[in-house]
Every structure is written in C-alpha cells, then in structure tokens.
Design a protein around this ligand. Structure first.
Ligand code: FAD
Length: 354
C-alpha cells in the first residue's frame, strides 16, 4: 500500500542558493515548510562548476540574506569551492529543513493543494516554490553540420580545466563571462579561437559585479516607475577578473563573428573560409529546469511560463524563484536571489493567512 501524501504549507523544490534564500525568509516567518533537493550534498550547481571558476562579484556582493560570504584568504573573487563552503555553512547555521537526495518528478493539481511527486513519496503542499536553477539544462544552439564534427564537443558544464586540451586547437563559443574565463585559461596551454554572436563587451578594470548589480537594481526600479536608465553594462557583460585581464594583455581576447556551419574538421565562416579545430567548447548558456511542472501545462505559446513577479499566473499556489530576470531582477545571482526571495515569502505568507 502506498503511503498517504505528507502535508506541508510551503514546499521548496531545490536546495541551491535560491531555495536557501527562500528558506531563510520562511524560517523567519515561522512557516511550516520543507526544502527538497536532488543533490546528495549542499551547494546546488556550484558543486559541479569547474575548479578554477571565479565569481564575477566580490564576496560582499555575493551574499545571501543574514550572513556575508567570507572574503577569500587571497582577498580576491570567491571560487566555486568557496561558494559551496558558504552555502553549506548557511544551511546549517539557519537549520534549514532540507531533505536530500530527493528528486521531484512531477507537480500536479490536487484537491485545494498541489501534489508533489518525488522518488521518496508524495507531498501535499498549499504553496510550492520551484527553485531548480538552470545548470541541469545546458543549451547548445543548433548549427548545420553539428552532428558531423569529428572532434570533441562539450558544454561549459563538462569543462573541468585546460589540461586535456594541450596541443589541440580549441574553438570557444559564447560572449559572456564563462566563455571569457575558459578562453583565458585554455589559451595558456594551447591555440584558441573565440566566436561570438555579438562583439563581446569587456568591462573596464574598475567595474566588477557590484556595479552590475547596482545597475540591475536601478533598472528594476526604473521599470516600476517608467523612468529611463543609463549604465555601463548588464549581467552578461564580461568582468575583467585578473585571469581575464591577463588574457586581454596577451592579446587572446579577440572574437570572431559566428561561423555559418560546422564541418567534419572544424567550422566554415560566412566568407567561405574554414577553421580546423579539434575541440568546440559551447559556453552558450542554460535554460530553466522546469520539467517537473509539465503536468500543470503552464507554458504559453512562446514556451514561457507567464508570471507576475515570481507568482505563476495560471497557478496561484506556485512561485518560480531564481531563474533569471523574468523571475526577479538579477534573481539568478547570489545577491539577487535573496532580494527576490524576500518579496516572494512576504506574498506567500499573506496568501496563507487567507
Ligand atoms: P542551482 O544552484 O542549480 O540549485 C538548484 C538545486 O535544485 C540543485 O541543488 C538541483 O539539484 C536541485 N534540483 C533541480 N531539479 C530538481 C528536482 N526536480 N527535484 C529536486 N531538486 C532539484 N552568480 C553570482 O551571483 N555571481 C557570479 O559570479 C556567478 N557566476 C556564475 C558563473 C557560471 C558559469 C554560472 C553558470 C552561473 C553563475 N552565477 C553567478 C549565477 C548563479 O549564481 C548560479 O547559476 C546559481 O547556481 C543559481 O542558483 P539556483 O539556486 O537558482 O540553482
């Protein structure tokens, strides 16, 4: 006989930074809640990032509510491991009720509650916050010939460091921070080419993630008030962390416009010439991990789930947290996740009082 669904007021799916930020405010509001996380240890996507990854934001600007991320011993930008250590400490410090490893397979409508089906039984929740991130759905754009390439192709998620590529020509695709950081270190061991859709924008040395967050906040306020904003860049612009500066000074940060197709031995450019390469690293981003919401049939014709703030328009007991600007300004960053979680939990607590 299967067990009866376990009741809970608020169920958070995902125990990465967005889920923890929600947990912090739910704990403060004395809510009845649980966080289900598919990983077997804390840290969310940061556990899987390549070891040399550096945040583009300093520790003071990479913190969740309540507790500052410690500044690394070398005074520089935190690494992925520093971030995992911080998130591990965070969830213990606030004694967040996280159940892991537990994977949510499906969320369905039940009688006045949402049914959350997992690999360890079913939950019955009044409100669900989905905070499952994007790392689990890497995006590689389709180019003609992509299946015929005879070399190796990998996405950012499969990158562990430059060593395996020594002696091979590596094509790096993508115009944001991941591409620039990976290019910076692969180019220290071998020949590289960089291809981007638009000319990449390298920020001045004195501008780092903190200025971008300030700008994202100003843009958000301006969107609410209808004012115009100006500023130096956006979260997709490249922060000149030391490794990137060093690569710029070596002259390797020169981007080519995108190729038109992939050929077995490399890529063909729009002018008809070709580049031979052994490896293509796709630093081409991610899509939201939302497969568990499929049974609710929430997607609009454009494939997007419509939201007002973080609340899903077609399902009043469902919130989306941390996926990108469409679920809160800079919500897919450490500092932005906290700001968005605060408003979301306030709204949820009001909803639960009714
Ligand atoms: P995640 O960290 O992915 O956590 C989601 C959790 O949900 C995971 O533990 C996952 O296992 C779990 N999950 C997924 N599906 C299910 C399911 N069905 N059931 C149960 N659990 C599930 N941000 C910054 O602030 N500064 C930076 O410098 C910065 N650099 C970045 C560099 C790179 C290369 C990338 C990719 C991102 C960077 N970000 C940065 C952005 C952002 O901080 C991260 O993407 C962050 O990991 C997002 O956190 P999250 O909690 O939304 O998702």
């Amino acid at each position: 006989m299967s067990e009866a669904p376990r009741p809970v007021d608020v169920l958070v799916i995902g125990g990465g930074q967005a889920g923890l930020a929600a947990g912090y405010y739910l704990r403060r509001a004395k809510a009845d809640f649980v966080i289900l996380d598919a990983q077997d240890a804390p840290g969310g996507a940061w556990r899987h990032a390549w070891p040399s990854l550096r945040l583009f934001s300093p520790a003071q600007y990479s913190s969740l509510p309540g507790r500052m991320m410690p500044v690394p011993a070398d005074g520089g930008y935190p690494s992925a491991a520093d971030t995992v250590a911080y998130l591990t400490d965070y969830e213990h410090r606030y004694a967040l009720p996280i159940v892991r490893p537990t994977t949510v397979h499906a969320v369905r409508r039940g009688h006045e509650r949402l049914l959350v089906e997992t690999d360890h039984g079913t939950w019955h929740a009044r409100v669900v916050i989905s905070a499952t991130g994007t790392w689990w759905r890497p995006h590689v754009p389709h180019y003609p010939g992509i299946r015929d390439f005879r070399g190796e192709q990998l996405h950012t998620t499969g990158y562990r460091g430059p060593e395996p590529f020594a002696g091979k020509h590596v094509l790096i695709v993508g115009g944001a921070n991941s591409a620039a950081q990976i290019l910076a270190e692969v180019s220290t061991v071998t020949g590289t080419t960089w291809a981007t859709l638009r000319p990449p924008r390298l920020l001045p040395d004195e501008v780092d993630g903190r200025a971008l967050f300030d700008l994202a906040t100003r843009r958000h306020r301006a969107a609410l008030t209808g004012e115009a904003t100006t500023g130096i860049g956006g979260l997709g612009d490249i922060v000149a962390i030391p490794a990137v500066r060093e690569a710029r000074d070596r002259g390797v940060l020169k981007a080519e416009p995108m190729f038109s197709r992939i050929i077995p031995e490399g890529v063909a450019w729009r002018d008809g010439s070709a580049l031979s390469c052994d490896v293509i690293i796709w630093c081409t981003g991610f899509r939201p991990t939302l497969g568990h919401l499929t049974p609710l049939r929430l997607r609009g014709p454009d494939g997007i789930i419509p939201t007002e703030g973080t609340r899903v328009l077609g399902e009043s007991g469902l919130y989306l947290l941390g996926y990108g600007d469409w679920t809160g300004p800079a919500s897919a960053t450490l500092i932005g996740a906290g700001r968005t979680a605060k408003g979301t939990v306030t709204e949820i607590m009001r909803q639960l009082e009714v």
